[in-house]
Design a protein around this ligand. Sequence first.
Ligand code: PRP
Length: 208
Amino acid sequence: MLNLALPKGRLGDKVTSLLRDAGYDCPVIGSGDRRLTVDDEKNGVRYIWVKPSDVAIYVERGAADAGVVGKDVILEQSPDVYELCDLGIGRCRMAVAAPADFYDDVSRKLRVATKYPHIAREYYAGLGREIDIIKLSGSIETAPVIGMSDVIVDIVETGQTLKENNLHVIDTVVSISARLVANRASCKFQKDDIMRIANAVRAEDDHK
Ligand code: PRP
């Protein structure tokens, strides 16, 4: 069995569709279904559903041979894995956003709320701007609304969450999409199985 770690949640739904279209019997993990591992005997694949931010850890440690992970997680964690291809799903962007009346007072540190401290630090280091990171786990948009931060660095997909909280994009940090990654040892010993999945799910415009 090839162990494939998949992200639960919004991205997971898209991965499921992609795998099913590619001929993999990947079950839809929906409401009421609490299974976290499912075997696909026909294709010799075991699907392991984990938190999106944990996928790369499973793959790096060899608990999974391969996995689907957002480029945001790869940039934030720099896991020691092979990035095999772009899946062309989960397309969004990492952006800086703030309230409409924001102005950057350069006489003091900029307070940045984010789930992505590494990405935010790199971005502001590139601008030579001193910042104070406020690391949160979710609902990042609340921070500037209640005055805890000046800006946020977060994922923007449809832009709906920003809009509903009266926030605006100031700058795009980087474009994001889902990637297939693989464990380094598995790439040697289960190369054929891994490449079969990669070739089945690779985005048409992926040139890796
Ligand atoms: C992500 C992100 C934004 C939202 C953006 O949050 O952190 O809050 O999605 O999507 P949109 O542009 O389509 O509105 P997620 O849903 O993962 O939940 P979280 O707040 O718990 O991080």
